[in-house]
Ligand binder design. Sequence first.
Ligand SMILES: Nc1ncnc2c1ncn2[C@@H]1O[C@H](COP(=O)(O)OP(=O)(O)OP(=O)(O)O)[C@@H](O)[C@H]1O
Ligand SMILES: [Mg+2]
Length: 324
Amino acid sequence: MLSVRDLTVSLGPERAPVDIVAGVSFGLARGEILGLVGESGCGKSMTSLAVMGLLPQPGPRVRAGQVLLDGSDVTQLQPWQRVEAGHGRMAMIFQEPMTSLNPVRRIGDQITEAVQVHERLAGAAALARARELLELVRMPDPGMQLSAYPHQLSGGQRQRVMIAIALACRPQVLIADEPTTALDVTIQVQILGLLRELCNRLDMAILFITHDMGVIAQLADRVAVMYAGRIVETAPVGALFEAPRHPYTSGLMDCMPSRNSGARRLPTIAGQPPKPSRVAAGCVFAPRCASVREACRLATPPRAEVAQGHEVLCAFPLNGGGLP
Ligand SMILES: Nc1ncnc2c1ncn2[C@@H]1O[C@H](COP(=O)(O)OP(=O)(O)OP(=O)(O)O)[C@@H](O)[C@H]1O
Ligand SMILES: [Mg+2]
């Protein structure tokens, strides 16, 4: 349903562009949750904003590539054209719901506003739809909450309101950028459960962005691992956790705390991701890679399919069990 092809987002002048997202491709089907994971600054948010047509202006721009929604390229459309063409069918939720909600307006008013825009309903009909949306996101006592202000709700309830607003346009694709990072762990589990339920019930696709491999393991069907503006590995979630093939993915997994890790210090991946303006020749991960070979520094690795639906951007993918 959504197909992103060679998406490149750049900064700087046309003559000397700096790519902060470099040739990203992925697909998303109905009822599927794709997890996009990677360290801070690797381009996850820029990818999602470019897909939504919401890149901050002035600044980053889509320099190349396509975002195909049901077969037509939305990067070529102005925002109003997207809505007119019926392509307003993507919605997004962010990390901190308080910054997206208006603190001085009631929850009910904020949801009905979205309902009015997308469904051209007004008055009692809009209010009824707002209540229905709050029920859909399993808000406790939805009738009461319509007249509450954002500060009267808990963090988890505010995120439910944001999800309700996002659902007002009946999206085919929901993009969630770290929606649970600001929540405590038990509330996080509830919100992840809600997203899975909505994905199934509404037959919606979800692009879920996080830097947390644990969240990916809980929620995603498929995973795309991003590093320095590139997707370095894509796989079904089970295959990825069983046998990561890119040394970066394997490194990210080693950094995951587990119940058995006790008081032992968790490993980290040495070094820092490269600045987008300082990407050297060869594999982008080579300077930090524990399994680096001479060839890695010379040429960009090819994209290899190591198993059905499992692709890796590495010239010497790890060998299933984790050894090169
Ligand atoms: N408004 C902006 N203008 C210019 N460059 C930006 C802007 N926002 C982010 N960047 C740069 O784009 C690159 C990708 O940033 P992005 O926000 O997409 O990372 P991210 O993977 O979402 O990180 P995080 O996990 O911290 O949210 C970074 O190098 C960042 O410095
Ligand atoms: Mg981000």
